[in-house]
Design a binder for this molecule. Structure first.
Ligand SMILES: NC(=O)c1ccc[n+]([C@@H]2O[C@H](COP(=O)([O-])OP(=O)(O)OC[C@H]3O[C@@H](n4cnc5c(N)ncnc54)[C@H](O)[C@@H]3O)[C@@H](O)[C@H]2O)c1
Length: 255
């Protein structure tokens, strides 16, 4: 198989609908020669149904990133399908409703802790669970929403993303000696299940479609997915701890 990712073995988390950024990652990865193993959370029959829309069959492993048992068993479960991993995609985010939509001042620690566990700490947990399968040249990639600013309605998810951005830099620091890279893609707003759960998300949609220098499609996950795959390819061998914006250029604007 030829292609940018020929021979690469990738673990892709986060497929729940065919609008998931992870679905585009898996699809384009297969089209470019990669072997893909998926993980699914919760509604596994739904993930299986969506996975059938991929160009090739992909095995699905159940993974709740907050479950120590799932994380401890992940490497062995992956080994049933591939003999190692060249890339791991973290495409996971969740925050209870109280943490979003303007509730910043009132959200409880319990709810904030859930958001940070699923959306921030899990980046390190997933990387460590997959590490036994990885070797020099391997890469971990995650998805953020530019956390250098305080956005309306994003609230504690913004804090979780700021933590994710820092966690990726620390992962780059700690896994660099083993030749493993950690990078993030900062995507603009996309209409996925996670995005639809954010009350007031349409404010982002309007801002991006009106202002992004290159324009912005709210329903085209391919640019973000392609960047994830480029970062896992052999074409960024000396890049780690980086955040690549795939947002139509919005981040470069003044207010
Ligand atoms: N959609 C956007 O506008 C946008 C923009 C920038 C970054 N992102 C980020 O992209 C990533 C993917 O989100 P998406 O927009 O494709 O939405 P999505 O709803 O399709 O994907 C989110 C995924 O997180 C998974 N998940 C939630 N809790 C989990 C847990 N405990 N264990 C394992 N998986 C769990 C869900 O099953 C789902 O597959 C997230 O990190 C999100 O914050 C999204």
């Amino acid at each position: 198989m030829s292609g940018l990712l020929a021979g690469k073995r990738l673990l892709v988390t986060g497929v729940i609908t065919d609008a998931s950024i992870a679905f585009s990652v898996a699809k384009i990865a297969q089209e470019n020669g990669a072997q893909v193993v998926l993980t699914g959370y919760g509604r596994l029959s739904l993930v299986e149904r969506i996975a059938r829309r991929l160009p090739q069959p992909a095995p699905i492993i159940e993974l709740d990133v907050t479950s120590p048992e799932h994380l401890a068993g992940l490497a062995d479960r992956v080994r049933e399908h591939v003999d190692g991993l060249d890339g791991v995609v973290h495409s996971i985010g969740f925050a209870p409703q109280s943490c979003l939509g303007g509730g910043f001042l009132d959200a409880s620690w319990e709810d904030v802790a859930t958001a940070l566990h699923v959306s921030t700490y899990s980046y390190k947990s997933l990387a460590m669970a997959a590490l036994p399968l990885m070797s020099p040249g391997g890469a971990v990639v995650g998805l953020t929403f530019d956390a250098t600013k305080a956005w309306p309605v994003y609230d504690w998810m913004g804090v979780a993303k700021a933590g994710l951005e820092s966690a990726s830099r620390y992962l780059a620091l700690h896994l660099g000696k083993q030749g493993i890279r950690s990078n993030l893609v900062a995507a603009g707003p996309l209409r996925t299940m996670a995005a639809k759960s954010i009350p007031g998300f349409e404010q982002f949609e309007q801002a991006w479609t009106e202002r992004a220098p290159l324009g912005w499609s709210l329903t085209n996950q391919e640019p973000a997915a392609r960047a994830c795959l480029a970062l896992m390819s052999d074409w960024f061998p000396a890049t780690t701890g980086e955040i690549v914006h795939v947002d139509g250029g919005y981040h470069a604007l003044g207010s």
